[in-house]
Design a protein. Structure first.
Length: 164
């Protein structure tokens, strides 16, 4: 099995092969009759070729990781049992776990927080939270949305982290 790639090569930038760090390699190439510009181009071409191979390996590694995670989730779903009305049935454990797509409250945008609040308040009433608790949450979000810190440079971030 190939060694795993630890860092995303999509984020790498090509080094400056004309810089002093590559003088030795340039000298070796120019001693064999290559012009300096040709030596730099050869180093660039070599880097691009190797980099493209790394990107292909990285992309395949990501696909393989996703496939393995999906297979593991499928296996877990098949292995778990639950008892309902004295009958043993299969129970999907993934239905009890948070989605991988869940965004932590502190990382929400203002719009996402507002949408979540608009869903939360009616659900609190539906699931019979006390009227006082529902009102306290509604008041909290109202005061939060009207707070003057929204106008400050880092105010939005601070208030979103605070509400989390």
């Amino acid at each position: 099995m190939d060694k795993r790639i630890a860092q995303n090569p999509h984020l790498e930038a090509m080094p400056d092969h004309a810089g002093p760090h590559y003088d030795v390699l340039q000298a070796v190439l120019t001693q064999n009759g290559m012009l300096e510009e040709g030596a730099i181009q050869a180093l660039n071409t070599s880097w691009i070729h190797q980099h493209n191979e790394q990107i292909q390996r990285w992309d395949q590694q990501a696909i393989d990781d996703d496939d393995a995670a999906e297979a593991q989730q499928q296996q877990q779903e098949e292995e778990h049992l639950t008892k309902v009305d004295d009958m043993v049935t299969l129970k999907s454990v993934s239905s009890l776990k948070a989605s991988r797509n869940v965004i932590p409250d502190a990382d929400l945008s203002f719009q996402q927080m507002s949408m979540a609040k608009n869903a939360l308040i009616p659900l609190m009433a539906k699931y019979e939270w006390t009227e006082r608790a529902v009102n306290v949450f509604a008041q909290f979000f109202t005061l939060l949305e009207m707070h003057p810190h929204w106008l400050h440079e880092y105010g939005e971030r601070a208030l979103l982290v605070y509400q989390a």
